[in-house]
Design a protein around this ligand. Structure first.
Ligand SMILES: C[C@](O)(CO)[C@H](O)COP(=O)(O)OP(=O)(O)OC[C@H]1O[C@@H](n2ccc(N)nc2=O)[C@H](O)[C@@H]1O
Ligand SMILES: Nc1ncnc2c1ncn2[C@@H]1O[C@H](COP(=O)(O)OP(=O)(O)OP(=O)(O)O)[C@@H](O)[C@H]1O
Length: 284
């Protein structure tokens, strides 16, 4: 039997950093939404106890460094599963981009193994397992529009984002989340108003939502990688309603309520960067 799971990317509409915790993680308050740019994760049982990972992306690790490997090992160890699994990742989400690609693959693996091995685990249990792999994995178990607090693992469902078009641009650099957080000067951070962002989404108010989008990490990443600010400005110049960096970057996402405007923004950045996508947010 083969189980196929879609693993969608996420974007951050808002990301606020509150403070550094004793465990060295940062307390965050963020609003995330899934978009229709996704990896495909296919799982097939193996008769031996091996975990085999295969992918069409030449530079991804295939060993325990891969998040899907970690997810499969965690499920096998926690539930004493003797069988092995072959996991194929068809990679479409830009890597090390701030779009939770690896986390979404891990979450898809947890969902897929739950089916493949008929474990009957609840979504809550899958999210708890996911937290052991990474801060974004619990969110990725169900995806959709959510408020995430704690280190990202405490989740609250929100209404779907008001309908809009999303232009995603991943500059040709990779950003390490760990490095951005480690070098952060908390005293100098800007703070988007996540409360107002949340209420605008709950009120389905697009005009209000675009006013409150923001990311505390954007300044730090842009200072290190000026291309982030260049892309953002370019998208705003081409008529984007709002543009914000996602996660720890370097991807920048722009929102437009009209398709024609989004197409213009897409065309405007396409010559500048190779990895450009025009997508929509996913409904829960
Ligand atoms: C910034 C975001 O991309 C926003 O979605 C995520 O919170 C990062 O999630 P992630 O990639 O799953 O992160 P993890 O693998 O858990 O952590 C990577 C590193 O980022 C830092 N980190 C991450 C999350 C968090 N709330 N505080 C942190 O300080 C820590 O140094 C950690 O060692
Ligand atoms: N299945 C996977 N897909 C992508 N990257 C993976 C995967 N497994 C391991 N990695 C490694 O994880 C690192 C971060 O990749 P990923 O694409 O998940 O980052 P990200 O988009 O910044 O995630 P986040 O938004 O959660 O911080 C890369 O160095 C990559 O080699």
């Amino acid at each position: 039997m083969e189980i196929i799971e879609k693993a969608p990317a996420k974007i951050n509409l808002g990301l606020d950093i509150l403070h550094k915790r004793d465990d060295n993680y940062h307390e965050v308050k963020m609003i995330m939404a899934s978009v229709d740019l996704a990896d495909k994760v296919s799982l097939t049982e193996l008769p031996t106890s091996e975990i085999k990972v295969e992918t069409d992306c030449s530079f991804l690790p295939l060993d325990e460094k891969n998040h899907v490997y970690q997810a499969a090992r965690l499920v096998k160890e926690t539930y004493n599963i003797e069988m092995g699994v072959h996991i194929r990742i068809d990679k479409r989400i830009p890597v090390a981009a701030g779009m939770a690609g690896g986390s979404s693959d891990a979450a898809a693996t947890l969902r897929g193994l739950n089916k493949l091995w008929d474990l009957q685990l609840s979504q809550e249990t899958l999210a708890e397992l996911g937290a052991k792999i990474g801060s974004d994995v619990p969110y990725c178990v169900a995806g959709g529009t959510k408020l995430a607090t704690g280190r990202g693992e405490i989740l609250c469902d929100l209404s779907d984002v008001p309908p809009c078009w999303v232009v995603i641009v991943k500059p040709p650099i990779s950003v390490s989340t760990w490095t951005i957080f480690t070098e952060l000067d908390i005293a100098k951070l800007g703070h988007p108003d996540i409360k107002l962002l949340r209420s605008s989404i709950e009120n389905n108010d697009y005009q209000e939502m675009i006013k409150h989008m923001g990311n505390s990490l954007e300044k730090a990443t842009s200072e290190k990688y000026p291309i982030v600010a260049q892309i953002k400005n370019r998208m705003l110049d081409y008529g984007a309603d709002a543009a914000v960096m996602s996660g720890s970057g370097p991807t920048v996402v722009a929102l437009c309520d009209k398709h024609s405007r989004a197409q213009r923004v897409y065309n405007g950045v396409k010559g500048f960067c190779d990895e450009v996508y025009l997508v929509r947010t996913l409904k829960s």
